[in-house]
Design a protein around this ligand. Structure first.
Ligand code: LRH
Ligand code: MN
Length: 425
């Protein structure tokens, strides 16, 4: 079997990697079992990549294409396949309908298999008017005052589920841009009631083994109120639909200084944490690289997930991990690999927390001790553990330097051109 370039380069760098790994194992005083268990858990953490984040994003002020962008679903699957090949951390892709309507579901299924991928969730879109659309969503969709507009939006979500069924997905993600820009524009209680009624109709139309994820957002594109602004509203809508409806937490959808890790703990307590859209932000829904701005917050979120997973009292369904970011400056593929690395880093550090000492410190209200225990884990260098996880899964020891050393972006530009545009944000 011909040795791949990736294997040759890994072979060149493995001695240095082994050295760093030994050093970290000693520093962390990890016995063999603990070490092996952490490596296995890191290998198992898979985060879906969004089909709408493989091109260069932009803002209303400008967009600076990277070139070689995928201009159809097939090329998007190819790019996620490449990211998974190098990182071994993203074995699924989220689709946005109608941006990524599969023309030939059977062919797409085959292409997914070839790339070791599956479809995790399908996302509906009632925040844009499609050219052949009868009614506009300018004043909302599932909350609209006009039955006909709500019916159009409900039918769209049911159509999205039908596309998902053809691709073996089992998750519908609903994010609504519905809201108002001025006081008095919305009757808040009636807008909520109409939205609940619409979601219940979609929920009833879903196959019985499907899950609905309801995503909240405090503002944008509406700037006075959003019909689903916070986790409490999303939780009540989930309760109103049924036990296969859960809350989706997009990290960028929180007002400044929100304690997101406590929201995660609350949703785990109620057993309604359905999933995440990971990204980084300084101010609003900036959709920057995950963990680029607040790595400690990301660690604390994973600390809640790990302690929740280790607590038999927590009855929460499986949590869907997805990235939802857009890349205004960085190469989209590099940025996604960066996010995957930062997410696994936060998880690996959370696995290093000395839980029994922390529980004792919390029981004794020994504040300093508790913080120290978390800091010890957070300040650990887990990069060799992540590299080892990738190596054992057949990935690259260093995905971004491999991507650059093999001039993969240049190759994509040669094949797809400098101006190819990817559908999405
Ligand atoms: C809304 C959102 C939602 C997607 C969209 C692409 O801000 O986070 O998850 O549908 O971005
Ligand atoms: Mn999102």
């Amino acid at each position: 079997m011909k040795t791949s370039v990736l294997e040759v380069i890994n072979e060149r760098d493995v001695a240095r990697h082994q050295q760093q790994l030994e050093h970290v194992k000693n520093l962390l005083e990890l016995n063999e079992n603990a070490f092996e268990s952490i490596i296995r858990k890191i290998q198992a953490l898979q985060v879906a990549v969004p089909s709408w984040a493989l091109g260069t994003g932009g803002t209303r002020f400008g967009r600076f294409p990277a070139g070689g962008e995928p201009s159809n679903l097939e090329e998007k699957i190819e790019d996620v396949g490449l990211i998974h090949h190098l990182t071994q951390a993203t074995n699924s892709i989220s689709l946005h309908i109608p941006w990524d309507i599969p023309k030939d579901a059977v062919a797409i299924q085959q292409l997914l298999r070839t790339n070791g991928l599956t479809i995790d969730s399908v996302n509906s879109n009632t925040f844009q008017d499609q050219k052949d659309q009868k009614y506009s969503y300018k004043f909302g969709s599932l909350c609209h005052t006009d039955d006909a507009v709500r019916k159009q939006a409900i039918d769209h979500n049911i159509e999205v589920v039908e596309h998902g069924v053809k691709l073996n997905s089992k998750v519908l993600t609903v994010w609504l841009s519905d809201g108002s820009n001025f006081p008095g524009q919305h009757h808040f209680r009636r807008a909520f009631a109409r939205t609940l009624d619409s979601l219940q109709k979609i929920y009833k139309a879903m196959p019985s083994d499907w899950t609905m994820l309801i995503e909240y957002k405090p503002y944008e594109p509406n700037f006075y109120s959003m019909v689903i602004p916070d986790w409490g509203t999303s939780l009540q809508l989930s309760n109103g639909c049924g036990d296969r409806a859960h809350v989706l937490v997009d990290l960028g959808h929180h007002l400044p200084n929100t304690n997101i890790e406590q929201i995660v703990a609350r949703l785990l307590h109620f057993g309604r944490l359905g999933g995440f859209h990971f990204n980084g932000s300084q101010y609003g829904d900036d959709d920057l690289t995950t963990g680029a701005i607040k790595p400690y917050q990301l660690f604390l979120i994973f600390h809640e997930l790990v302690t929740g997973a280790n607590d038999a009292a927590v009855k929460n369904p499986g949590v869907a991990y997805m990235i939802d970011a857009s890349h205004n400056l960085k190469d989209p593929i590099e940025d996604l690999m960066n996010s995957l690395e930062n997410i696994r880093t936060a998880y690996a550090k959370a696995l290093l927390v000395d839980f029994s000492s922390l529980e004792k410190g919390q029981q004794d209200n020994d504040v300093t001790r508790c913080e120290q225990i978390l800091q010890n884990a957070f300040l650990a260098d887990v990069r060799p553990l992540l590299a080892e996880s990738r190596l054992r899964s057949g990935g690259s020891l260093d995905p971004i330097s491999f991507f650059r050393s093999q001039q993969i972006r240049e190759g994509l530009i040669k094949r797809r051109g400098k101006t190819s545009i990817a559908t999405g944000l």
